[in-house]
Design a binder for this molecule. Structure first.
Ligand code: ZN
Length: 185
């Protein structure tokens, strides 16, 4: 299920310490309290690359949408989520059954797709940074090479151009790979 915002009414996002979150559900990173119209997010999930935060927020937003659907007009989805909400297993006693429930299954799928996208974005940004750095050095070296019009002697020129040739071949290969795959190796 993809969150499209069409069922969202107002709700709050509250950031709390993990200690506070553990009181709502031991080890949980987020939870939705429908009675309060609030999503609680643990500060623990804000650490790191942003993937965990994105996953947790998306996951809990899907729960908001599911609850709106469950209480909304009669439909197949409405029945699915209504039944699911009223047949939730205790996560501590029956963790597998809890995760198999459409509520958790759908929220996990949505959360994971969002964190995957964040991770892919981070990897792209990292690769792009390396690519632009190497590219800038390459352009600078190239300008230096072209600036040499009068080498001191033939030997010096040979050494210099051999070194340059190796570097040029390696970089040309790397640039080509990056442009093809978006990955910097
Ligand atoms: Zn959940």
């Amino acid at each position: 299920m993809v969150y499209d915002g069409s069922y969202a009414s107002y709700y709050f996002i509250v950031f709390v310490s993990q200690e506070e979150m553990d009181k709502k559900g031991k080890g949980a990173l987020g939870c939705y309290v429908m009675g309060e119209k609030a999503i609680y997010i643990s500060e623990e999930s804000l650490k790191g690359t942003g993937a965990s935060a994105a996953n947790t927020v998306a996951h809990e937003m899907v729960h908001v949408q599911q609850w709106e659907i469950a209480n909304g007009p009669n439909s197949e989805q409405q029945k699915k989520y209504w039944d699911a909400y009223h047949n939730q297993a205790d996560p501590d006693l029956e963790p597998e059954k809890y995760l198999e429930n459409p509520i958790e299954k759908d929220a996990h799928a949505a959360g994971n797709s969002v964190s995957d996208a964040v991770e892919a974005g981070n990897a792209n940004a990292e690769a792009y940074k390396k690519y632009t750095k190497e590219r800038a050095e390459y352009e600078e070296d190239l300008a230096n090479i072209q600036a040499i019009k009068d080498p001191k002697n033939r030997e010096e020129q040979m050494v210099y151009s051999n070194l340059w040739k190796n570097k040029l071949d390696k970089l040309t290969e790397q640039f080509k790979k990056y442009e093809e795959t978006g990955r910097w190796i």
